[in-house]
Design a protein around this ligand. Structure first.
Ligand code: UDP
Length: 374
């Protein structure tokens, strides 16, 4: 008999949710993570009284009531609504694409005028059935918005021409003929008060966690501890890249503390031109309205410039590159994974999927339901 029922590799959202469900079902669980901290890429750290999103901005949003109720067991959520601003060579536009954006871009005032402008540009581009991100973007919002707010940003973020990127990526963004700057259409949205790390800590309450423990470096000893392994690391790394590496985009952050209360007046400003080397600047205090936990204004601010790069060994993988070539390679890794009877692969890296947080949680709850049933 093994010491544990489950070894959960990775203390991010997928792993923490699975561990919680297994522990609540009476299973013995060990969670390990190679980092010195829990919470994976939703990890937040307090700097100058501000919860800094160390691995990039995370804004929780969902339409899934079950997931929303679930996360609310572990955190109180504030009323933050994501409304990023796009900065194109100093011209500021509202995001996502809505009547404020169209008014600023074309001077149009009514939804009919905006729709006509988009239609005119879509027609001129001759697009009927969009085959890639560029065509999808132009058919949704026209050429001007594509050129100023999408092309440069997307090519910086993905390091590939928009003509070689899948159309679904741009469909993440709403397009509205209303004056509504809410980036998401989700019914529920917010940031956990006190930070994501505290939320994940609450999920893992009472569960054994070993940090600084790299599964891939000590696999046989760790495998021997448990009957089953929930692996949330990169699937290609699990198989020692034997079919070749999957591609990921990595992100580097330059974080600075500034001795002023307000740098950009918003949590996120996207730099959508091609020339500015960073994709966006996050000013973390605005996720919590610039206040500390007692409601006092914070005198300083912390900003992170975000630089996107192609992943190479040693970097943190962030975004799977879900194009055809990588999709096909992933399917071959899936085939290998299907023979690993003891191991379940889950999460953004384990399933090589551009998952939002709520979808990761839903997927982990589903898997836990299947495995823990009965
Ligand atoms: N995007 C864009 N301009 C923007 C913001 C986003 O063209 O100002 C595109 C870009 O292709 C990006 C995609 O929309 O990859 C999805 O953006 P989202 O904000 O959902 O990305 P995430 O927050 O996951 O990095």
């Amino acid at each position: 008999m093994s010491q544990y029922d489950y070894l959960v590799v990775g203390a991010g959202l997928y792993g923490a949710v699975f561990a919680r469900q297994a522990a609540d079902a009476g299973k013995k669980v060990l969670v390990i993570d190679k980092r010195p901290n829990i919470a994976g890429n939703v990890y937040t750290k307090k700097i100058e009284g501000i919860n800094v999103h160390i691995y990039g901005a995370h804004i929780f949003h969902t339409n899934n009531k079950e997931v929303w109720d679930y996360v609310n067991r572990f955190a109180v959520f504030n009323r933050f609504t994501n409304s990023p601003v796009a900065n194109y060579h100093g011209e500021l536009y509202s995001l996502p694409f809505n009547m404020y954006t169209f008014n600023r871009m074309w001077g149009v005032v009514t939804p009919e005028e905006a729709a006509a402008k988009i239609e005119e540009q879509r027609k001129a581009a001759g697009i009927t059935a969009p085959k890639n991100l560029e065509e999808q973007a132009i058919s949704l919002v026209g050429t001007d918005i594509y050129e100023k707010l999408i092309k440069g940003y997307t090519e910086k973020q993905w390091g590939r021409p928009c003509t070689e990127l899948p159309a679904f990526i741009i469909k993440r963004l709403p397009v509205r003929l209303t004056f509504d700057n809410n980036y998401f259409n989700a019914l529920y949205q917010g940031i956990p008060v006190g930070g994501y790390t505290k939320m994940v800590e609450n999920m893992l309450s009472g569960i054994e966690v070993r940090l600084n423990t790299d599964y891939l470096k000590d696999r046989s000893a760790l495998d021997a501890l448990a009957d089953k392994v929930i692996y949330t690391g990169a699937i290609d790394a699990f198989f020692d890249y034997q079919l070749g590496p999957l591609q990921y985009r990595s992100v580097r952050f330059e974080t600075e503390v500034l001795d002023k209360p307000n740098f950009q007046g918003n949590a996120a400003v996207n730099y959508t031109d091609r020339e500015t080397p960073w994709t966006r600047i996050i000013e973390h205090k605005w996720f919590e309205f610039g206040k500390d936990e007692n409601g006092n204004d914070l005198p300083k601010t912390v900003i992170s410039r975000e630089f996107s790069s192609e992943w190479k060994p040693g970097d943190e993988p962030y975004y799977p590159v879900n194009d055809e070539k990588n999709g096909a390679l992933y399917q071959r890794y899936r085939e290998l994974a299907s023979h690993e009877n003891k191991v379940v692969f889950g999460g953004r890296l384990g399933e090589y999927k551009y998952y939002d947080m709520d979808a990761v949680i839903a997927s982990s709850l589903k898997k836990a339901g299947e495995l823990l049933e009965g």
